[in-house]
Design a protein around this ligand. Structure first.
Ligand SMILES: Nc1ncnc2c1ncn2[C@@H]1O[C@H](COP(=O)(O)OP(=O)(O)OP(=O)(O)O)[C@@H](O)[C@H]1O
Ligand SMILES: [Mg+2]
Length: 371
């Protein structure tokens, strides 16, 4: 037994996790995988060839504990060459590497890119696998076939069963081999119990707090710790993050387990654009935004940026917890674009709803693609 199951059972025993039979089964499977990666079996005449460990595709609805289990697995698996990466970021990197390969080499760029990735990590753990665009869909089958052939073990989480990936996507027939690959080469494990634990942790928490100030900050701070399981005692050490967007850096003052904290000033008060907001929306499933002021005619730039931010968050179904000096409909009463701002108000209202909060993080762009 490796550490995954032990750690999971400890957390349940300590009351930090509620008992959940599907989670326990998934933890057992990941435990076995960790053990296999730590003690690889060998084959061949000279017993030199490692038998690649069969990966795991963990799928289920939001808040079921997929990322939590994958984090347990990743933290405890004792192999030197392991890498955990958000799937969306990984695909951006893959496209960059392919472009670089094409620039100086003729022929198929996917094979050398896969070989390089396999050199770097024997275990690749992806969070939030989703396929929403045709460039990704077109290369995934070949890329992952090459990775698995090279002995890479893939562990991934997803909100969809493999057969539902890239549903209604353009040229989906070219994507079907990837689904077959997952179904044949990975263990598909469903984690689809009745409880959305994230929603549970959010509780009756209102997601739009008025006004800014100590009370709102205290509530949002508590929500951050509940959502991330970060120990409150260690508040001064909450990690930060830096997103690179078109060569510029966007500093995220607090970022942990997919939850980011920003001030309105940082995010909408400086020269930022749609690309920055897209990066934020892709990277985080929950954004906590504090210090939203009432905007007036002098704040048209801030208002425009705020509109772009909310569009990106909304389109990626990111949960927004905010502290503001007014309710959404009184946020930008007069100024350039105040009329268009009504759409943002409407989105903000929807983003507070039970239905919105129950959705999984991800892009809705796919619906437009198939037309
Ligand atoms: N058994 C449990 N008891 C209590 N809390 C849990 C349990 N399982 C998970 N959680 C907590 O619920 C929250 C959501 O879990 P997690 O982020 O792993 O969900 P997920 O399945 O990855 O969701 P998504 O599909 O949205 O990414 C986390 O804060 C996690 O620690
Ligand atoms: Mg997750």
């Amino acid at each position: 037994m490796s550490g995954v199951l032990t750690r999971y059972e400890q957390l349940v025993a300590a009351g930090e996790l509620r008992p959940d039979p599907e989670q326990a089964a998934a933890a057992r499977r990941l435990d076995a995988l960790a053990t296999e990666l730590e003690h690889p079996r060998h084959t061949g005449l000279l017993r030199r060839r490692i038998v690649p460990a069969r990966g795991v595709y963990l799928w289920g609805d939001v808040g079921r504990g997929k990322s939590m289990l994958m984090d347990l697995f990743f933290a405890s698996v004792d192999v030197p060459a392991k890498r955990r990466v958000h799937f969306g970021e990984f695909m951006l990197e893959v496209h960059q590497r392919i472009a670089a390969e094409r620039a100086h080499e003729q022929g198929d760029p996917i094979a050398p890119v896969a070989a390089a990735l396999a050199q770097e990590a024997r275990c690749l753990a992806f969070d939030e696998m989703m396929v929403t665009n045709s460039p990704d869909a077109m290369i995934l089958s070949r890329l992952f076939t090459a990775l698995i052939e090279a002995g890479v073990t893939v562990v991934t989480t997803s909100n969809r069963a493999p057969s539902e990936l890239y549903k209604n996507g353009l040229n989906r027939e070219h994507f079907l081999p990837f689904i077959a690959l997952i179904e044949h080469r990975l263990d598909v494990v469903a984690l689809n119990g009745p409880v959305d634990y994230r929603r549970d942790r959010l509780g009756a928490q209102d997601t739009w707090l008025v006004p800014n100030g100590h009370e709102a900050t205290a509530q949002l701070s508590a929500a951050f710790f509940r959502l991330t399981d970060y120990p409150v005692e260690d508040a001064v050490h909450v990690p930060s993050d830096d997103l690179t967007v078109q060569g510029r850096t966007l500093h995220v003052p607090r970022a942990f387990k997919g939850v980011a904290v920003f001030s309105f000033k940082r995010l909408c008060g400086e020269a930022r654009g749609a690309a920055d907001y897209l990066a934020v929306a892709r990277r985080f499933h929950t954004v906590i935004l504090v210090g939203i002021p009432v905007l007036g005619p002098d704040n048209r730039n801030e208002a425009a940026r705020f509109v772009a931010l909310i569009d990106a968050l909304y389109e990626h179904k990111v949960k927004l917890l905010a502290a503001a000096d007014a309710q959404p409909d009184a946020l930008y009463p007069a100024g350039d674009g105040a009329f268009e701002f009504q759409r943002t108000v409407s989105r903000l209202e929807e983003m507070r709803s039970e239905e919105y909060l129950a959705q999984g993080h991800g892009s809705i762009a796919i619906a437009n693609q198939s037309q």
